[in-house]
Every structure is written in structure tokens, then in C-alpha cells.
Design a binder for this molecule. Structure first.
Ligand code: HH2
Length: 273
């Protein structure tokens, strides 16, 4: 999925949901979602990640029918406009429909929790993001525990990547994500951000999504999500310095500046200006 890419990729978050923690309700209607997706592409997003189910801590699960109703028209329209779309879903049925509607990758926060997922992705020759989560969104923040969070997340992701490959997914199409905020305390999140170099040694591109997440308020105090972009940038710069290949952001403008400046320093990518 990320072969031969010299710069850090920027994935824009597009939640077609009423209840996402940062942009919930803003693009719940298809027209508004498509407009925001086109705007993110125009701002320079490499991928637009369309999701129809909030996975914020405590979120209620959404049925496949409702998820399909939310995301498919948006995926279809963005793909038709030439936007590279990933579908953020745990359901193989939704992934299959989104790939059929023109999505190029699946962002699966359950890392193949649906046994049919790998086959769907392999059959479509699509990209696949595998994310580490302890528990499930309803309860994951209740009492997350690890002996060694970086080693355990690395082992889990390596195991899921092997499972995907066994099911026929092209290793070049895989990307791993430590799952910032998915069953992790503040200390766990910080350890994982420090541990990106260890995750990068697994041999797959690493995606990091720290954008506007609650752990940032754990450091800063009660800053509302929409005012956490500078804090998100700080976390993402360090992730890129540690070897992350892609960041997932709500503000593409901020994410792009973050990636370009970090790339110029870390990867010596020539400046455009
Ligand atoms: N974070 C969220 C959702 N999907 N996917 C990946 N690969 N990495 C992440 O860190 C990640 C993700 C949660 O953020 P958001 O989509 O903004 O909120 P919500 O789950 O409330 O819709």
C-alpha cells in the first residue's frame, strides 16, 4: 500500500456518524460528508478514511445495514471524483460493499475480528490497516493493563499481519497501527508513541492516529477536541521521527504541515517552497 513513498502520508478522518468524539454530527448527512471529503482531498490528503461507526470509548455498536446506509453513497461519490478512499469498518460485509463502490483500502480497528475480512481484502487486492485494540470500544478504557505494552502490541500486530498474509493479503498492502486510545491509559499511549521504532522493525509501514485524542487532554488539561491540533502535531512529529509512514488526522491542513516539516527534518525530503 505504501511502497516507494518518500514522504509521510496523510489520512484525513471523515466520520459519517452522529456521535464521533471530534467531528460527530458534522458530516452525518451524505452531502456534507462528500463536500468535506472533497475538501480534504483538495487540501492534500493522500487518503480519506470514511467511517460509519464511532469507536470512541463507550460508543454503541452500529448494525451493518445502518453502517452501509451511512458510508456507501459517500464512498461512491468520493471515489468517482478520483479521491483515494479507505473504509473504516470492522465488518467484512461493509468492507466488501465499500471496495465495490471504489474504496482502495480497509481500515480495520478489530484487526480481522470478522473472519471473512481478510478474504474480502485479498480478493479485492486492497490495502489493509490492522490496528491494536485491547477489548472493545464499549469497555476498552475501563481498566487497560499490559506487562510491556510495546512488546505486547508488537506481538499482536505481527500475529495479525501473519494471519492476513496466510489468507492471501499481499504483504505490500499491509499497514500496522498501535491503536492510540484503544484500550490504553495515558502512560500506555506515551510508551507506544516512544516505541514506534520497535513497531517499525516488524517490516510493515506504521500508521499513527493521535489526532485530537483524549490522552492529549490528559497531558494538557481540559482542552476540547477541536483545539487539540497543535498537540496532535507534536505527537505526530515524534511518531514520524520514530518511523511512522502515515498519520491519521482530523485537520488535513495541520496534518500536512506536520508531515512536510517532519519529513524535511527526519527524511531529508526536499522542501517544496
Ligand atoms: N482512531 C479512531 C478511529 N479509527 N483507525 C486507525 N487506523 N487509527 C486510529 O487511531 C483510529 C482509527 C478514533 O477516532 P475518530 O475516527 O476520530 O473517532 P470516532 O471513533 O469517535 O468516530
Amino acid at each position: 500500500m505504501l511502497d516507494n513513498v518518500a514522504h509521510t502520508l496523510v489520512m484525513g478522518v471523515l466520520n459519517v456518524t452522529p456521535d464521533s468524539f471530534s467531528d460527530g454530527g458534522r458530516h452525518a448527512e451524505a452531502g456534507a460528508a462528500v463536500a468535506r471529503g472533497l475538501e480534504m482531498a483538495a487540501e492534500g490528503a493522500d487518503l480519506v478514511d470514511v467511517g460509519g461507526e464511532s469507536t470512541r470509548p463507550g460508543a454503541a455498536p452500529v448494525g451493518a445495514e445502518e453502517e452501509l446506509r451511512r458510508v456507501i453513497p459517500v464512498v461512491r461519490e468520493l471515489a468517482a471524483a478520483g479521491v483515494l478512499v479507505s473504509i473504516d469498518t470492522r465488518k467484512a460485509e461493509v468492507a466488501a460493499a465499500a471496495l465495490g463502490a471504489g474504496a482502495v483500502a480497509v481500515n480495520d480497528i478489530s484487526a480481522l475480528g470478522d473472519p471473512a475480512m481478510a478474504g474480502v481484502v485479498a480478493g479485492a487486492g486492497a490495502g489493509l490497516v490492522l490496528l491494536h485494540m485491547q477489548g472493545n470500544p464499549a469497555t476498552m478504557q475501563d481498566d487497560p493493563r499490559y506487562e510491556d505494552v510495546v512488546a505486547e502490541v508488537a506481538r499482536y500486530l505481527a500475529d495479525r499481519a501473519a494471519g492476513a498474509e496466510d489468507a492471501g493479503v499481499d504483504p505490500a498492502c499491509l499497514c500496522l497501527d498501535p491503536g492510540i486510545g484503544f484500550g490504553k491509559t495515558l502512560e500506555h499511549n506515551l510508551a507506544l508513541l516512544r516505541g514506534i521504532p520497535e513497531l517499525a522493525t516488524l517490516g510493515y509501514p506504521v500508521l499513527v492516529g493521535a489526532s485530537r485524542k483524549r490522552f492529549l487532554a490528559g497531558i494538557l488539561g481540559p482542552v476540547p477536541p477541536a483545539e487539540r491540533d497543535a498537540a496532535s502535531a507534536a505527537a505526530h512529529v515524534l511518531a514520524i521521527a520514530g518511523g511512522a509512514a502515515m498519520i491519521r488526522v482530523h485537520s488535513v491542513v495541520v496534518g500536512l504541515q506536520t508531515a512536510r516539516v517532519a519529513d524535511a527534518i527526519v527524511r531529508a525530503v526536499p522542501a517544496e517552497g
